[in-house]
Design a binder for this molecule. Structure first.
Ligand code: G3H
Length: 534
């Protein structure tokens, strides 16, 4: 069935939206009004009127110039004040108090944010709710982990005649940039731990999903002290370049493409000062084995490859099937896919929606053309059909090794299936890939699976057995090898990557111990204390 965009009157009242022209930005603890150039926000959703499709204008947001960008950096630097600012000098409990206040205020914005997630990035209603709730849970888990970390590091350590208290201290100013596919969740997975450890944050929203953060500006303002978080808007080359060139950023937290990450990092003049926390490209393979139970796995594989239209860094972006199983697999894949409903994000049971990136359907069509020129066929009805920003998923089979889709990350609704003769072909794929995030194995034989696990764990950062690739649960480490990541994120790892271990050490002699006791007793130090011991 071909895809169609709705008429305005067919949209339920509670999901309709009016344009938001966001002029506010957060600088130095104040919500200021921007009077300069604005950036237009278009929705991936079009509306039909008299047989004509018009892309919905959602509003606009500030497009800073260099001067404004530097003012935001200055505010972060002042609040950090070389580590002597109120925020880096505050206690863990004081910072937790601010984060809890923020979370409480954020809860009041839930409906607004969910609606904007649907309109700005085309995420389904169910997945938008999930993204919001997962983010709140992540913040709460971060607070618990921080308390545990603080309690564990309150103990004194005795080693070779030295007594020390080893804790974690902030780095300084963090530039935080999230991705458009999880503009709330993945941004907050770096922003919150960065703040929790006492850093100040310069926050630039992703290229899509900017307006949905506007309701949170006043929450940041009310919960955090002046200058601890400043917002940055506009064209990356204009606003991010001068900030990095200043050499004053201590941590670069970025989720997006490795090309952009490299361009930005390279601008920093002091590369040893700059810490990077990066979540980058991935081309995770699903490898089906000869004894794979296709019936049991097929729904998982379809969902792994196409949920949120394949726009997840963890999506299964290439599927390897033994030649002997190819026919059974492809026909079962198409059967499940035929039950997937496309439509508007607010419609019940819809799973496939329009894509937010401008020009994306054209680029994906070029990938399809290249693959079909090299021998693959689009094997599903309507596969690859484009209606403005919507592309009907295209299942490609048999994909050849010399096609672009074999190597390039599609980040969209194309499912390349590669038949293989020998398992070595799939291992070679993983070995020569520039990316190394995760892989999924589907099979039963424990001996074969065990051997493959041993080979794959040295090539990727997570091997999933009879399950799709994914980031969660958020307490698990999330990282990648090669060009897929720098640093590890998880609720606890994120607290570590935004802080450095720092210690106070003294000779284990009565005189020194007495000084340590007195500091603890008089509570003259925030760092050197045992307050969080149970
Ligand atoms: O886009 C990359 C995300 O980290 C994927 O997270 O596996 O929970 O969808 P997810």
């Amino acid at each position: 069935m071909s895809f169609s965009f709705p008429k305005l009157e067919s949209i339920p009242e509670k999901f309709r939206i009016l344009p938001i022209h966001q002029k506010r930005f957060l600088l130095d603890g104040e919500l200021k009004v921007w009077e300069g150039k604005m950036e237009k926000v278009l929705s991936p959703i079009h509306l039909e009127e008299n047989g004509k499709l018009t892309q919905v204008l959602l509003g606009s947001y500030p497009s800073f110039d260099e001067r404004q960008a530097m003012a935001a950096l200055e505010s972060c630097l002042n609040a950090y004040r070389q580590g002597s600012g109120d925020w880096p000098q505050s206690t863990t409990e004081q910072r937790i108090g601010a984060i809890e206040r923020f979370t409480e205020l954020m809860m009041g914005k839930k409906e607004e944010i969910i609606k904007l997630l649907m309109w700005e990035i085309g995420k389904t209603h169910a997945d938008s709710i999930k993204e919001f709730e997962r983010t709140v849970e992540y913040i709460r888990d971060t607070i618990d982990a921080l308390r545990e970390m603080e309690a564990a590091s309150s103990q004194f350590v005795y080693e070779k005649g030295i007594v020390a208290q080893i804790k974690r201290a902030p780095y300084g100013v963090v530039l935080c940039m999230g991705p458009f596919n999880y503009p709330l969740n993945e941004t907050f997975c770096t922003l919150i731990p960065a703040l929790a450890m006492g850093n100040t944050v310069l926050f630039k929203p992703a290229k899509f999903g900017v307006l949905l953060l506007e309701p949170l500006l006043e929450c940041f303002q009310q919960a955090f002290p002046k200058g601890v978080i400043n917002t940055l808007y506009g064209d990356g080359a204009t606003v991010v370049s001068p900030i990095m060139e200043s050499g004053k950023i201590d941590v670069f937290a970025f989720i997006g493409s490795s090309t952009t990450a490299n361009l930005i990092s390279k601008k920093h003049p002091k590369l040893n000062r700059l810490r990077s926390v990066l979540g980058l490209n991935a081309k995770n393979p699903a490898i089906l084995l000869e004894d794979c139970d296709i019936d049991a796995s097929i729904k998982e594989i379809v969902s792994g490859s196409l949920s949120y239209n394949g726009q997840r860094c963890t999506a299964l972006k290439i599927i390897f099937v033994p030649e002997s199983k190819a026919e059974e697999f492809t026909s079962k894949y198409l059967k499940v896919l035929s039950e997937w409903k496309s439509g508007m994000p607010w419609e019940k049971d819809v799973l496939l929606t329009p894509l937010p990136e401008e020009g994306k359907t054209k680029w994906l069509s070029e990938l399809l053309q290249d693959a079909t020129d090299k021998g693959a066929k689009i094997i599903n009805a309507n596969g690859g059909e484009v209606t403005e920003s919507f592309m009907s998923p295209a299942v490609l089979f048999p994909v050849s090794k010399d096609s672009r889709i074999y190597k390039e990350e599609q980040f969209g609704p194309i499912v390349p299936i590669v038949p293989y003769k020998s398992i070595e072909e799939t291992l070679d794929y993983v070995r020569i890939s520039d990316m190394g995030q995760q892989a999924s194995l589907f099979g039963k034989d424990p001996v074969i699976l065990g051997k493959l696990v041993d080979l794959l764990v040295n090539q990727v950062a997570r091997v999933n057995l009879n399950a799709q690739c994914q980031r969660g649960p958020d307490r698990f480490p999330f990282t990648g090898r090669k060009d897929s990541a720098d640093g590890t994120l998880s609720v606890t790892d994120a607290l570590r990557v935004f802080s450095i271990r720092s210690l106070v050490a003294a000779k284990e002699e009565e005189g020194s111990k007495e000084i340590l006791r007195s500091i603890l007793k008089t509570k003259s130090s925030r760092f050197l204390n045992t307050d969080s011991l149970p």
